[in-house]
Ligand binder design. Sequence first.
Ligand code: SAM
Length: 404
Amino acid sequence: MFHRRSSFSAKELKETQVSRSNELADLIRDQIRKSGPVSFAWFMGQALYHPIHGYYSSERPRVGRAGDFFTNVSVGKIFGEILAAQFVELFDLLGTSDRLKILEQGAENAQLAKDVIRALATEPKSAGWEYWIVEPSAGKAGNQKAHVGQTSIPTHWISGLEQLDPFSGIIFCNELLDALPCYLVEHDGRKWMEVRVQEKNEVFEFVLHPIENADLIRQVGRLPPPSITPYRTEVNLATLDWVKSAARALHRGFILIIDYGFPRDELYSPLRTEGTLVGYYQHQRLNDVLQRPGEIDITAHIDFSAIAEAAASEGCTVLGFTDQHHFMVGAAERRLLEIERLVGAGPMSPDQQRFLRGYKSLMHPNTMGLAFKYLLLGKGVAAAQAPTGFKYAKDPAPTLQLRE
Ligand SMILES: C[S@@+](CC[C@H](N)C(=O)[O-])C[C@H]1O[C@@H](n2cnc3c(N)ncnc32)[C@H](O)[C@@H]1O
């Protein structure tokens, strides 16, 4: 997500809040009264994905000017075109005549799918390629189908990755993992505690609780001990489960993850004592993510080191890791040189102007260039294989602090 404004005043927030009563808050309160404080992951799961009241279940626009955030896709079809060209390079690297699949998860309104499919369809060798979208919500899948419309590349929907037999191809996601529910933990100077959610006088608030979840205990054991306390941060077990399931779904091929996040030492830096968790509503940043569940977006940066380690446990290797700035320089280089060559011969076409405008937004460090990172994982492919998007990337193993 990209936001023009990074802060808000209390008055502004009050003015922008929707006024309908919050049924989801009532449901969450009932659960807390029955079971005691709930994990933040459960709270965030309800706030974003409750089948009726969840933020991502409603019909209201989320992406774009009328919504709460911009994504790379908001820049225009150029993002999908650049990704499609990278997928063609990846298929060449796979070097097989099998039927190849591209599978996207977290497609939201399917605008990116539409842009990628249209660009792929112009490829002479696209016969036999298929596009798959994983969408658990039947209602959203229906809207996505309507938006994508007729395509010359066969396009299919499934509700879970496990429905496919292991296949050869590419699995990718753009801003899926930062929207998966995360746990919160806090170090008090002596030990890590889980930060759960309770309610007092109808208001949700955080409360510290001993960590009981075995997976959370294991993952917290990998965090660098904070030198400044109290230190609160996020641990996202769902991102690790997702990348493992993606690795299992692949027979041979690549996983491309595009998202907000850092290598472990940067995400858990001593300077980041309050973590990265934030809410967004109408392009304004909200620090209190507990109020008005279902009405605001909630997101946290992801730990690319932990994701790479989880993928390795399922037979994947890291082929590349870089930020969007460097990715775009490599991925668009050929097209830019082509424009440069043609410009000498006459004025720039509207299409070339559109490309350059979009390219600048995607790659400029002051707009989207530094916020997003690209992690490329491979399964059953040679270690040195990466497309041009990773041409200017640093060696991923030391950057991600991967153990040999
Ligand atoms: C921030 S949006 C993604 C934006 C979109 N990829 C784009 O480029 O504009 C996160 C999306 O992930 C979806 N999502 C969350 N969990 C999912 C899951 N298990 N399978 C598929 N989609 C999921 C949400 O419904 C939402 O549409």
